[in-house]
Design a protein around this ligand. Structure first.
Ligand code: WTA
Length: 656
């Protein structure tokens, strides 16, 4: 999103009256909530936490700032998130459908709340039987599935800390996470179905454990039989099939009541250095953020059929698939496949078939669907839809308008939700019955979230300015720390350099327009956003540099029509001889595969350019802004006088 495209799109979409009349939050309630939060911040949160969560032991302490920025919320309260997501609904409405699983090949499986509770309890009992206890870490490496939800809830039910690793990550990335979390148990599947193909997952697990060698902490690997191709390798005493693991285990399990501040999960995400950060969330505050946003942003109603397309391996799949929807008792779709299989109508078929009311997806998917078949939604009855959502990156106004008109029939508000792995739940978003929408803007902070933009010295900026996006007050769903690395928590989110450590610094820059609407402009650090996934340029650089033929590498982002941004790498080979022609093509392929293997296919560079050297200042710093211009194919108009070796620019500009 550029300032130019913003000013060109000031058109407002006023919420339609029918929607406003039934909305959970209208303008009056919105103003009341904001006033309450302004007048007495702690009381505001305490009342919401008491109203929305079933506490096993009520809390007295609301926000504790003594160890700032390690804030705590509701710390003397006790609860079970599993109880809040399952048992309390089973009491009222046991036969309500919780999950509608749409498999890659079109098979549908429905699971009621009662059935889900039994599955979770049985799996929890099986985990207990292998001695998994409160506080132990459990790694999940599973496809988007009922089993993934069961395993996450089962861990939570007994107080274990889960860390879900996206199934698209490589064995090396999995190994790093196993080691950092020091987990003894890993839950996986033999493989996964996507786009009509069966792919192995277990081979990655075996490779990860092999890579860890003597350092491997994993003692048990539980394997869901998903593709059943007869090829799954089993290690005696370590590996067990899911069905054998739960066999004969009781289907009732009393939940472990936890302290509100106990860790719920660790989710690794990319930062500006080479190693991923283990973002650690707590229980009570995280749950509250999930529930409030389901009710306020997604305007959740009992008869909704809700569908968030995110994979459970990402934060959106945690908050808006695994926990938030279940906490409010929703019926939701879990889709195993991809939007293009068997045809680009798959999303529209699923919406029509299940009468989906609420559809939450990512701009990259929207752009791909426009390109593949902008007219396809018209062949389907999408009249059940009443609300649309977008997440992960700025949505360009053209994609917004198509989503609004063609998918939503110009009837459904779009909630453009800005948030992060670290914030746990939506932070900035329109409330659909409250503010007029502007395509491409995520509008305003949710009531109680104190968002602002600041300059370098930490001054809060007024409207019509661009600055660093910050949250000025602690909020319940924010991360508590970085697993094993509290110093990195402080330096990443409460840095001295920006805002003097006083505010939560999101790492994004934003523009606040004249109406007080927020427009996210992009990251301020070396993090790329490729198809809504966060990737660290440093991580890809160090991966490339670890290849035996590579001396040095620099990675930048290049704007991409569908992915938003793509990975573009500049590489200097060892020995200093720049490969050309066929040699360059084959090395490019080798390096792309290398990155795919070391990190995962999502991190593969789209293009690699080889040079004798990289453009550096005389003090040896790589001039990234030049590399960004080259990647974009722009004319270099910057001053290159500080460049030590200007001639190499010519090499890098040309693909050979
Ligand atoms: C970006 C995903 C613009 C942003 C939930 C943020 C967005 C990063 C939006 C977090 C949005 C997320 N508009 N940009 N609606 N939502 N982002 O941790 O740069 O995977 O910092 O969490 O995605 O990515 P993460």
């Amino acid at each position: 999103m550029t300032l130019k495209s913003i000013t060109a799109n000031q058109l407002s979409f006023v919420p339609n009256q029918d929607f406003v009349n039934q909305a959970n939050i209208n303008l009056q309630k919105f103003n009341e909530l904001n006033k309450k939060a302004q007048d007495n911040y702690e009381l505001y949160w305490a009342e919401l936490a008491r109203e929305k969560i079933d506490w096993h032991k009520p809390f007295n302490s609301v926000l504790n700032q003594k160890k700032a920025p390690f804030f705590t919320w509701f710390e003397d309260g006790q609860l079970s998130i599993s109880y809040n997501c399952l048992d309390r609904h089973v009491k009222n409405n046991p036969n309500k459908i919780a999950l509608i699983f749409e498999s890659d090949n079109g098979q549908t499986i429905k699971v009621t709340y009662k059935e889900l509770l039994s599955k979770v309890s049985q799996f929890a009992n099986a985990l207990k039987a292998i001695n998994v206890k409160k506080g132990d870490r459990v790694i999940l490496y599973l496809p988007h599935s009922i089993e993934a939800i069961v395993a996450m809830h089962a861990s939570a039910r007994i107080g274990a800390i889960h860390s879900t690793v996206f199934g698209g990550f490589s064995s090396k990335a999995l190994a790093d996470r196993i080691l950092d979390a020091n987990a003894n148990v890993l839950i996986t599947a033999d493989g996964q179905h996507r786009g009509g193909k069966a792919m192995s997952l277990k081979t990655e697990v075996d490779a990860a454990i092999e890579l860890l060698g003597d350092k491997n902490p994993i003692k048990h690997v539980i394997v869901d039989k998903r593709i059943n191709d007869g090829k799954c390798n089993f290690v005696a005493l370590r590996d067990i099939w899911w069905d054998d693991f739960i066999a004969n285990k009781p289907t009732e399990c009393t939940p472990e009541f936890m302290n509100s501040e106990d860790p719920l999960f660790i989710l690794y995400t990319s930062g500006s250095t080479g190693t991923p950060k283990g973002v650690q969330h707590s229980i009570g505050g995280y749950l509250l953020g999930g529930i409030l946003s389901m009710e306020w942003v997604f305007d959740y109603k009992d008869n909704d059929i809700y569908w968030c397309t995110a994979d459970v391996g990402w934060i959106t799949g945690h908050t808006y698939v695994c926990y938030g929807p279940l906490a409010v008792g929703a019926t939701q779709i879990i889709f195993e496949g991809v939007p293009s299989y068997p045809t680009y109508s798959r999303f529209w078929e699923i919406i029509e078939k299940n009468k989906v009311t609420t559809f939450y997806t990512a701009p990259t998917a929207i752009r791909a669907l426009i390109k593949a078949g902008a007219d396809l939604p018209k062949n389907h009855n999408l009249s059940s839809l009443r609300l649309l959502g977008s997440v992960g990156e700025p949505i360009n106004p053209e994609a917004w308008k198509w989503f609004y008109e063609v998918v939503g029939g110009s009837r459904c508000p779009i909630v453009d939700t800005w948030w992060q792995t670290e914030t746990g739940s939506n932070m900035l978003s329109p409330l659909p019955g409250v503010q007029p929408l502007k395509p491409g803007s995520c509008v305003a902070a949710l009531p109680g979230i104190m968002a602002a933009i600041i300059d370098e010295s930490g001054n809060i900026l007024d409207k019509n300015n661009t600055g660093y996006l910050v949250i000025t007050k602690p909020f319940p769903s924010q991360l508590r720390t970085i697993w094993n690395n509290p110093d990195r928590f402080i330096s990443s989110y409460f840095p001295e350099e920006i805002g003097h450590g006083k505010y939560y610094v999101a790492g994004d820059s934003a523009y606040l327009d004249n109406d007080g609407y927020f427009w996210i402009l992009g990251r301020i650090d070396d993090v790329l956003n490729v198809s809504g996934h966060r990737l660290s340029t440093m991580e890809i650089e160090s991966c490339l540099a670890s290849h035996p033929k590579v001396a040095e590498a620099a990675v930048v982002g290049r704007p991409h029509e569908i992915k938003g941004e793509s990975v573009f790498a500049f590489v200097v080979t060892k020995g200093g001889v720049r490969p050309t022609g066929e040699q360059a093509n084959s090395l490019e392929k080798e390096l792309r595969d290398w990155v795919g293997k070391q990190i995962g296919p999502i991190a593969k560079p789209d293009e690699i350019r080889f040079g004798d050297n990289l453009p550096k200042t005389r003090s040896g710093k790589i001039m990234r802004r030049l590399l960004r211009s080259i990647a974009k194919g722009e004319e270099i108009i910057q001053d290159v006088s500080t460049l030590e070796n200007p001639s190499i620019l010519e090499h890098l500009k040309n693909k050979i």
